[in-house]
Design a binder for this molecule. Sequence first.
Ligand SMILES: NC(=O)c1ccc[n+]([C@@H]2O[C@H](COP(=O)([O-])OP(=O)(O)OC[C@H]3O[C@@H](n4cnc5c(N)ncnc54)[C@H](O)[C@@H]3O)[C@@H](O)[C@H]2O)c1
Ligand SMILES: [Zn+2]
Length: 525
Amino acid sequence: MTASKSETLYFVYGPPGSGKSTLARRLAGLLDLPFMDLDEQIQASAGMPIPAIFDREGERGFRQRERAALEAALQSGRGVVALGGGALLDPTSRSLVESAGRVLCLRAEREVLFERLGQEVGTRPLLGEDAGWRERLDALLAARAAHYHSFPLSLDTSALNPEEAARQAQLKFGAWRVSGMGAAYDVRVVQGGLDALGSMLRARGLEGPLALVSDSQVAPLYAERVEAALRAAGYAVQRVVIPAGEEHKTLETVSHLWEAFLAARLDRRSTVLALGGGVVGDLAGFAAAVYLRGVRWVALPTTLLAMADASLGGKTGADLPQGKNLIGAFHPPALVLSDPATLSTLPEAELRSGMAEVVKHGLLADPALFARAEGGWEAMRANLDETVRRAMAVKIAFIQADPYEKNIRAALNLGHTVGHAVEVASGYRLRHGEAVAIGLRVEARLAEALGVAEAGLAGRIEACLRGLGLPTRIPEEIDREGFLRALRVDKKNAAGQVRFALPERVGAYRVGVTVEMDFSELLTI
Ligand SMILES: NC(=O)c1ccc[n+]([C@@H]2O[C@H](COP(=O)([O-])OP(=O)(O)OC[C@H]3O[C@@H](n4cnc5c(N)ncnc54)[C@H](O)[C@@H]3O)[C@@H](O)[C@H]2O)c1
Ligand SMILES: [Zn+2]
């Protein structure tokens, strides 16, 4: 999606029988947007069924009515619109629609279309009522084949049930609404979306004054642009810059943020914006959670790791010298906007680090994503937009199902029990994602040794991570005592035992596995 299009307006298009209305209705429910069926609106305003419009006014009259209904839908700027099967044949209508929002063109195999339509012959004007409708459908498909193929976003619904189709549509659009924790918020992936931030905040009724929190690396790159977008939408915004790096993810930095919020006169209706990686998001989100007993915040992740993982799920916090994330709060953002264009300035090592979480998500629940990661660095790098969307979709599914990590959300800790300990014991010389990569392999080895994982899985994971340029072995110079201490202090420990989320195979995992062992064995596993 590009910034000029509304990220609250989606169109579903395609041949008769491809499932437009069903999908659009479900998608509207999932995104909490109004559903519109263009053909239904045309019938309602004409006061007669579509075949009657064709009889009385011909196809030309119908298309005129269709254009009017389309313009009304565009006016509202919000919704999921099921279009008639020929609604975008007219180039003017098409360009109107494509510049206002995004279009997903559905496809289905010919036999599937026949089967679905067989039940509704008579209500489809272009197919008619007699037995010759199959020939007419074939002719229509042939005539419009190039047209339907010309839409950049498409989805084959032949083998999908309506629920799966709607989820795939979310993935294609990069649009979700996440609920849980007593709140619901929109998540969007929009290329260049930072430039549209002002209107996105306005569309959601978010109020100023705003504090734009960023770090010393990211602020010089993007803060001015974001501020310009916000000011254009009439917001007052104060920039607050914190030093970059995990070593600054401390309560001291949080208290600096609170002071800056006070100085900027943020009140209870104000919104904090977190522009940066996971460190900025965790800190600004936490500062917002506690400031005046809680103000709203918006996540604007600029690292792959923060897009794929940290910005989603409402966990915010800071580190203590004893361990990572020991202080924190559940405080979901009011909006998450990932702009994959920002990844172009991310240092390569940070991009690789983020790939560890992507691999984790593929391993947990998206075998196709894992397979792509096995294809190596260049393949992953070539399609970051899709990588971001797929990885986000996995995390969203987990946090929707279990917002407070009572059970399956713990799966997201895969690789993290060991990973956190390695990260701390390295004195944060290892990046979070690098430590997670090591943790993924070590925990997979452990899972194999326990008989939880299928044989060979750890090797496969290791090869995949190495192909992405990530480390997989605990460095020899690691502080052994520091590692063991950090492992025991990890907040996921239960009564002295360490609980692991472990992989079984690609696409399957087990959570809450308690392991009693001499953990120093992990250092050499
Ligand atoms: N809250 C959660 O659920 C959750 C989940 C996973 C990780 N995390 C946390 O996230 C943190 C790691 O996040 P991270 O890897 O994003 O680290 P980070 O925020 O430290 O960012 C990494 C580096 O990249 C720089 N940077 C960020 N975006 C850039 C861009 N677009 N161009 C150039 N430079 C850029 C930053 O300034 C920093 O130096 C850890 O503290 C981890 O605990 C939180
Ligand atoms: Zn992580």
